[in-house]
Design a protein around this ligand. Structure first.
Ligand code: ADP
Length: 219
């Protein structure tokens, strides 16, 4: 089974991806993570990617295509969960053609819907543990009072460089523009898109996603 998870920045894609991969034995393919890996490797492209991300803009379809193709070819997996990809219609067409060549198909597109207010509240207060990557929110899920990570005990936390409010607003706007085209692309006759209310509690969102995915899987 191959699934695409659509959702604005801060919609909870990362959290729900984790649950989905565990429950349905899928390999997580996040283009955001792939790009951050490229930046960390300090390749000739790194600086350009970092500048684009820090403005809240999208990197080129060509670069994304190269990264995704390479990752799928190397993955040898039963099923993939695409997180943050596709983001444009060109990328959606590219995904269809890659899957066709590999004799695979896209089974489900989950569209996580969140309000602009929720996105901003979640992202500008979001921090991750520098050691284990656990996600915290200074308003809704702070780390303990002795400033230690609940999961691993580390005491340093970092904020993503593109999680500043003005960048988040730009990311949200770009997402809204692109998202409409993807809804049309996967809706209509294809009918594989499933909307989920992402403003609900994490566990309620997961219940909705799990129910629908199980149904599609014919379990
Ligand atoms: P979010 O979904 O919260 O924006 P991601 O980690 O998925 O976080 O993406 C971070 C940034 O990486 C995006 O704002 C964009 O600049 C870039 N990016 C990620 N995926 C893509 C993609 N498929 N196409 C173009 N740019 C992308």
């Amino acid at each position: 089974m191959n699934i695409v998870l659509l959702g604005a920045p801060g919609s909870g894609k990362g959290t729900q991806s984790h649950f989905l991969c565990k429950e349905f034995d899928l390999t997580h393919l996040s283009t955001g993570d792939l790009l951050r890996n490229e930046i960390a490797k300090q390749t000739p492209l790194s600086q350009n990617i970092l500048e684009t991300i820090n403005k809240g803009h999208l990197v080129s379809d060509e670069l994304i295509a190269d990264l995704v193709k390479k990752t799928i070819e190397e993955s040898h997996t039963k099923g993939l969960l695409f997180d943050g990809f596709p983001r444009t219609q060109v990328q959606a067409q590219l995904l269809d053609s890659i899957l066709e060549i590999l004799n695979m198909r896209l089974d489900l597109v989950i569209n996580l819907l969140v309000s602009r207010e929720k996105v901003i509240e979640r992202i500008v207060n979001r921090y991750t543990c520098i050691k284990c990557g656990a996600i915290y929110n200074t308003l809704t899920k702070p780390w303990d009072s002795s400033t230690k990570c609940d999961s691993c005990g580390a005491s340093e936390f970092k904020q993503r460089s593109d999680d500043r409010e003005e960048v988040v607003l730009e990311r949200y706007k770009i997402y809204q523009d692109q998202c409409e085209t993807l809804k049309d692309y996967y809706g209509g006759d294809r009918g594989i898109i499933f909307p989920v209310d992402g403003d609900q509690d994490v566990s309620v969102v997961w219940d909705d996603i799990k129910r629908e995915t199980t149904k599609r899987l014919g379990r």
